[in-house]
Write a protein that binds this ligand. Structure first.
Ligand code: DGL
Length: 271
């Protein structure tokens, strides 16, 4: 039987944001080979219908399966929220989405069981985080809020910017009345803005990065399935996108926190 442990972990997202998840994976699992796919031709997924996102997710998963990966990580919260089953059906390898690990981490951190969730319109409308959190504790109170502008602000590099502060205060003020003690950053882009978000909701609120939570889940799963890469070679990190790579590289290095090297174009996604 083929030794699968040295095969790459496949990670995909609607575009650039999933690189924050790759950042968490590299920190926790520095020995793993990774193939990342960002669907830059069709981003953003957040405002699209669940049907459209499910169709895209099927093709994204198919691309990673064709690259012979040992596991698939859905870095995109919107896909994890509305199309986890599609990706599982399309794949012959274990699939991990960000929702359940993020929900688990939130419930573990919250003392008052009053939890806020922020994400794209699609993620919040799906109630996926609320349902997952309630699976862990049916008494938990969950308050969702879509914060679509955070995606553009993070990509523009408006990190500690007055405009971001104002928009954060506008989006997040209701969490003060709801007296949350934990806030899930339920979108790939939001960890980039965590300082501003933290300031806006107060220092007492614990922020949950679902990218960090999913990296921990992946580590555990690799151990359980004895799939950790034990090779002594420097791991390979490959990046594929569905549109031209230039902008992806420029913004992506900020999200990833390191140089990316060559970004390749995956064929067949542009209609
Ligand atoms: N990657 C998406 C998510 O985490 C955010 C960007 C988009 O709307 O496509 O939900």
């Amino acid at each position: 039987m083929q030794d699968k442990s040295s095969l790459p972990i496949g990670v995909f997202d609607s575009g650039i944001g999933g690189l924050t998840v790759v950042h968490s994976l590299l920190k926790l699992l520095p020995n793993e080979n990774i193939i990342y796919f960002g669907d830059t031709a069709r981003v953003p997924y957040g405002p699209k219908s669940p049907e459209a996102v499910r169709g895209y997710a099927k093709q994204d998963a198919h691309f990673l399966v064709s690259q012979n990966v040992k596991m698939i990580v859905i870095a995109c919260n919107t896909v994890s929220a509305v199309a986890l089953d599609v990706v599982q059906k399309e794949s012959n390898v274990p699939v991990v989405g960000v929702i359940v690990p993020g929900a688990k981490s939130a419930i573990q951190s919250s003392r008052k069981k009053r939890i806020g969730v922020i994400g794209t319109k699609g993620t919040i409308a799906s109630n996926a985080y609320t349902n997952a959190i309630r699976q862990f504790d049916s008494d938990a109170k969950v308050f969702g809020k879509a914060c679509p502008l955070f995606v553009s602000l993070a990509e523009e590099g408006f990190i500690n910017h007055k405009a971001t502060e104002m928009i954060a205060n506008e989006y997040l003020f209701s969490f003060k009345q709801e007296k949350i003690d934990t806030l899930v950053l339920g979108c790939t882009h939001y960890p980039i803005l965590s300082e501003v978000i933290q300031k806006s909701v107060s220092e007492e609120v614990t922020l949950i990065d679902s990218g960090i939570a999913v990296a921990e889940e992946v580590k555990q799963l690799l151990e359980e399935k004895e799939l950790q890469n034990r090779s002594k070679h420097k791991p390979n990190i490959l990046f594929y996108v569905s549109d031209v790579p230039e902008k992806f590289t420029e913004v992506g290095e900020r999200f990833l926190g390191m140089k990316m090297g060559k970004v390749r174009r995956a064929e067949g996604f542009l209609i």
